[in-house]
Design a protein. Structure first.
Length: 232
């Protein structure tokens, strides 16, 4: 039996009761999206379709829409409560789907930001997503130690090698190099962890994987691009 707590019921409860709002989840989504758009290889004039996979309450959509105003937007989440709220809040600017990777329509671009680390069979999900788009952007925690209780995978730059070719980039999770609590979280806490025999907590970064399939979903034609890393 899987120990993964990320069931549809779990997220329905978090979204429907207001817990996600109370812990700053909506602001977090907006902030992550604001950071991410500067790392996407998408022209501001892009006029295709963009789908936010695992869209939660849809709060990244306005950020993506401001960055790519000529595009058409979709959001998908496996929580029915989340999708209902998305339609109420952002229904005039995007279409929303209740489902999983098997319900993704053909689109030009899929963005999966901070979602795949919650999914057991994430590599199978990525393979399915690649069959539905030409460009897939995945953002997950980079070398996260210890894992958050909701996360089920440890990611480094080589994690998706068995899926296909991709470019990758590492950058800070939050804007700028000096985030609130940086000194305490990354130096003083680790000083005490050493003497307590606990694992060192790394500075919080994310890794962006970009799969590009000019053949509209044929992963065998994925373009090989030079790997690069920022934010060290």
């Amino acid at each position: 039996m899987s120990s993964n707590l990320n069931s549809e019921e779990y997220w329905d409860q978090r979204f429907s009761t207001g817990h996600w709002d109370d812990v700053g989840g909506r602001d977090q989504t907006r902030l992550y999206a604001t950071v991410l758009v500067d790392h996407l290889d998408i022209s501001p004039d892009f006029s295709g379709t963009i789908l936010d996979f695992g869209c939660a309450l849809g709060d990244a959509i306005p950020v993506y829409r401001e960055a790519f105003p000529n595009s058409e937007f979709w959001g998908l989440d496996h929580s029915g409560s989340a999708v209902s709220r998305c339609r109420s809040t952002y229904g005039e600017v995007a279409e929303f789907i209740h489902g999983d990777q098997n319900d993704v329509p053909p689109v030009d671009v899929i963005i999966a930001s901070h979602i795949l680390e919650h999914i057991d069979n994430d590599q199978e999900v990525v393979t399915k997503l690649l069959s539905c788009c030409r460009d897939l952007y995945i953002v997950v925690p980079f070398r996260e130690t210890p894992l958050c209780k909701e996360h089920v995978h440890y990611y480094d730059e080589n994690y998706y090698r068995s899926v296909g070719e991709y470019s990758w980039e590492v950058f800070p999770k939050l804007p700028g190099n000096w985030t609130p609590g940086f000194l305490f979280d990354n130096y003083l806490k680790n000083f005490f962890r050493f003497f307590l025999g606990k694992k060192r907590v790394e500075r919080k970064k994310v890794v962006l994987f970009h799969f590009s399939s000019p053949g509209n979903g044929d992963s065998s034609t994925t373009e090989v691009t030079q790997e690069h890393q920022h934010g060290d």
